[in-house]
Write a protein that binds this ligand. Structure first.
Ligand SMILES: [Zn+2]
Length: 275
């Protein structure tokens, strides 16, 4: 087991949309080079899931899968392990993807939403790496990375792309009931899923930028019509390449000059006891 985490300014947390392919190899893009695979690191929160290190052009990227969890590892610990590795790697830009349910009835299956905000309805509020920061969640989704994802999505998505939206986070692993979806809708949510939190807090904690692009794979209960398992699995398997291309396209377009405030939106806590 390697103890030293390689340096990588960029990272991708793979969700359900790239789960069924070997990302990024299966995309056969000429500027991709796999450097290392199956990297498991010892962290204070247990052994990490396997990471892959690859290059897209000159950029070093670490990636791992958020799904397919190892038995006995909680979702909270898995998130801590992943972000501990990112912190060690000096990661500054983190992209995410995943399948979501449509809460907004204007959405269709296969639309891509690049959300600008979230509502955390998960129970995992205290997932941190132990640093003493006051985390300001103003513009929590990095506006710069959001734009990189949005432009890539417009290029590679065959269906519609929505450039703003609110992602409601639930714990899962079950879907939501019609009454729960009605509440989320009243709160102003557009899509529902199980990523974004606690990742967005952990990204803030390590001073990194975070944004994601999400593929609508089903209608939430009570929205438009009862979703069909066949549609869900078709989108699950057929959307992977497109989502992979969006991620790589966004990575390529990330520039050196960031204009976002993300790194300044964590401040020293005021609640520390004096020595
Ligand atoms: Zn940022």
């Amino acid at each position: 087991m390697p103890n030293k985490v390689p340096q990588a300014l960029y990272a991708i947390i793979g969700g359900s949309s790239t789960f069924s392919i070997n990302f990024p190899e299966d995309l056969n893009e000429p500027d991709i080079k796999i450097i290392d695979d199956g990297l498991i690191f010892e962290t204070p929160f247990g052994d990490s899931p396997p990471f892959k290190l690859f290059k897209v052009g000159e950029k070093s990227v670490l990636t791992c899968k958020m799904h397919g969890w190892r038995r006995g590892v909680t979702r909270a610990d898995a998130s801590r392990q992943i972000f501990w590795v990112f912190r060690e790697a000096g990661t500054k830009s983190i992209l995410a993807e995943g399948g979501v349910g449509a809460v907004n009835h204007l959405l269709n299956l296969r639309d891509i939403v690049v959300p600008t905000d979230y509502i955390d309805n998960s129970m995992r509020k205290d997932v941190n790496l132990g640093s003493d920061y006051l985390l300001i969640m103003r513009k929590a989704i990095c506006p710069d990375l959001h734009n990189n994802l949005l432009e890539a999505a417009k290029k590679f998505a065959p269906a519609r792309v929505f450039e703003r939206g609110i992602y409601a986070v639930t714990d899962g692993r079950h879907f939501e009931s019609p009454a729960e979806v009605a509440v989320l809708k009243q709160w102003g949510a557009d899509i529902v899923g199980q990523s974004v939190c606690p990742e967005v807090y952990l990204a803030r904690e390590i001073g990194a930028c975070y944004a994601g692009a999400y593929l609508v794979v089903n209608y939430a209960e009570g929205i438009v019509e009862d979703w069909k398992y066949e549609d869900l699995s078709k989108i699950f398997y057929n959307g992977s390449e497109m989502v992979g291309k969006i991620l790589l396209g966004a990575l390529r377009s990330i520039g050196d000059m960031s204009t976002c405030e993300c790194a300044n939106l964590r401040k020293p806590t005021l609640l520390k006891e004096s020595d």
